[in-house]
Ligand binder design. Structure first.
Ligand code: PLP
Length: 318
């Protein structure tokens, strides 16, 4: 493994700062994780303390007061919450259907591939044809299923808390930039504002990336298997699964039924988040209220054997 360097300072070299001299402007363990992620996505990766922190840093470094973001409707609830928290600084948001063309007169297009928890895929060609810069939150797809920079995106956003780290023990975010100038602007902004990642989570990310492909392929196969079984179950009204990734959602009759299902599983853990080795289920109306159907359950497939996972879901649905 790459060494874990917790230093915050490094001696000057011949009286001058070298590549690393003060952690806020760069740390070798963080830089090693950034190099590994940058190679996976085909761009320059910058780490932040969380996905939400990466989102905040990116929009504050790119946009001006009064600018508007076209935000994919039905995407991660927290991204809208982050943007709402920045509305006092003049950030505006309009929501749109990401399976179509983004609205005109916006300064940034923000899509999610696939969206959490609606699991729609954005029309990446329509987004790339828009004059504004495009961010693709590819937390759920991961670079194993999608490399947005090759599809015309300017930036990829990851909650590295999820699949990239993969074991529910790391909080990190990342922005991967296609072009050098905005990457350097964001790096400078990060150093000035102090929204920097620590070396320990970066080291765990490095370790997680080494198994990313086998984990994501297995989780995707399990999610596809469970989506197929759920589609055939009489108590399940809708199944959302885009054909890739380890995340799916499905609807049961109402909020009360959803609560019964999520509290009746024995193998699948009733907890928030996604992308870890343990399968998780939760009713999303708890957080998102009427933004989602009351019976919507989000399921993140882990690395357990698929058949016992289905048996667990089946008994919970019963
Ligand atoms: N983007 C997506 C798609 C997410 O699911 C999440 C968190 O659930 C985030 C961004 C925010 O990431 P974090 O919780 O690491 O701040």
């Amino acid at each position: 493994m790459e060494p874990l360097d917790r230093s915050t300072i490094w001696p000057y070299e011949h009286g001058e700062p070298g590549d690393f001299y003060y952690h806020r402007f760069g740390n070798p363990t963080v830089a090693a994780a950034e190099t590994a992620l940058g190679e996976l996505d085909g761009g320059t990766a910058l780490l932040f303390p969380s996905g939400a922190g990466a989102t905040t840093a990116l929009v504050l470094s790119l946009l001006e007061p009064g600018d508007t973001i076209a935000l994919a409707r039905g995407g991660y609830y927290g991204t809208g919450v982050t943007f709402a928290a920045l509305s006092g600084w003049g950030l505006r948001v309009v929501e749109f259907d990401q399976t179509g063309t983004p609205p005109e007169d916006v300064q940034l297009v923000w899509v999610e591939a696939p969206s959490n928890p609606y699991l729609t895929m954005p029309d990446l060609d329509a987004a790339a044809a828009h004059p504004a810069q495009v961010v693709v939150d590819a937390t759920v797809a991961t670079p194993i299923h999608l490399r947005p920079l090759e599809r015309g995106a300017d930036f990829v956003l990851h909650s590295a808390t999820k699949y990239l780290s993969g074991h529910d023990d790391v909080m990190l975010g990342a922005v991967v930039c296609r072009d050098d100038a905005p990457a350097e602007k964001l790096r400078t902004f990060r150093g000035s504002t102090g929204i920097v990642a620590a070396p320990d989570p970066a080291w765990l990310l490095l370790r997680g990336l080494k198994t990313l492909e086998v984990r994501v392929r297995r989780q995707s196969a399990t999610a596809a298997f469970l989506a197929g079984r759920l589609r055939a179950h009489p108590a399940v009204e809708t199944v959302r699964y885009p054909g890739l990734g380890g995340l799916l959602s499905f609807d049961v009759a109402d909020a009360e039924t959803a609560r019964k299902v999520e509290t009746s599983t024995r193998v699948i853990v009733n907890a928030s988040s996604l992308g870890g080795v343990t399968s998780l289920i939760e009713s999303r109306s708890r957080w998102e209220a009427d933004r989602v159907p009351p019976g919507l359950l989000r399921l993140s497939a882990g690395l357990e054997d698929p058949e016992p996972l289905w048996a667990d879901l089946e008994q919970a649905l019963a």
